[in-house]
Design a protein around this ligand. Sequence first.
Ligand code: NDP
Ligand code: 2IT
Length: 332
Amino acid sequence: VQFNSVIGPYKGGLRFHPSVNLSIIKFLGFEQIFKNALTGLPIGGGKGGSDFDPKGKSDNEIMRFCQSFMTELYRHIGQDVDVPAGDIGVGGREIGYLFGQYKRIRNAYEGGVLTGKAVGYGGSLARKEATGYGLTFYMREMLKANNITLEGKTAIISGSGNVAIYACEKAQQMGIKVLAMSDSSGCVFDENGINLDVIKDIKEVRRGRIKEYLNIVQSAKYMENTGNIPPIYSIKADIILPCATQNDITIESAKVLVENGTIAVGEGANMPCTNEAIQYFQEHNVLLAPGKAANAGGVATSALEMSQNSIRASWTFEEVDKKLENIMINIT
Ligand code: NDP
Ligand code: 2IT
């Protein structure tokens, strides 16, 4: 869906998930217009994807799907036309396969046609971390404006994908204790604070299920998803960072969170809180960082990747991270 290119090329992620349909891609593309404008960078709004289910597929199967997908997509995109990146089910591996096929078809190196590339062929340092880090910067600024500090607070983070993992990393660096993380099957609750190295090994290296956390940290608890309140939202914490998918926090979960004394909710995912849940939080003075603003760090850093591709330069991790932090401060 190419939604708006008034201030720059269409820009947004590609999602591979069995739930994908045109309606979902349209809502994501619509959000992307405003989010991208908020970054202050010259990027329009678009989104794409497929109902292809990458779960359980081999690397070769993923590669063949990405190549076929690009064999059609290439005619619609370009570094000044439409610049896709990752979203659910599309990470560095998929972007690599997509970029390779684009380059093969075009017979040219056009680095800025996709973002989220590996650093070795035009990717930006800190892009992988950017959405989660940006979310945490935004949360820090929002709390600071309300005279609340992050240090010593507890948090729960739904999801354990790209956004969730790097939100957890930055939150822990800022002195927050992350008590629980989840995937679509259930959540792990670790009273001692989540061991992120274990989560990264399960999710980034082995592409396994979060339940496997218990094989390493026997003292943690695993709670399977059943009923209409995901068990992660029954855990008491100061800060809630939904980083999985849309409509994750319904009014039923919102009521439990308010009862548990939640201070703030930061939307790492796109539209993770339903409208009823948002209204309930507002009525009960829970601070809410809306996704359009709070998760804009990912696409902002994608735009920084495009800039580096244009000037054929590669900025250091610290340079990109600092620019990201300033962008998030400006958005807040
Ligand atoms: P990933 O594919 O890396 O991770 C997604 C995570 O969410 C997984 O833990 C997954 O669990 C869980 N999840 C996905 N679908 C569902 C579902 N239907 N029910 C419950 N859990 C689910 O994706 P990202 O981390 O990249 O994206 C997460 C969210 O953040 C999305 O809303 C995305 O649009 C948004 N976002 C992403 C950005 C980015 O740069 N990547 C930028 C801004 C927003 P399981 O493995 O079991 O499916
Ligand atoms: O929802 C989003 O902002 C993303 N998936 C990131 C899009 C991008 O172009 O980096």
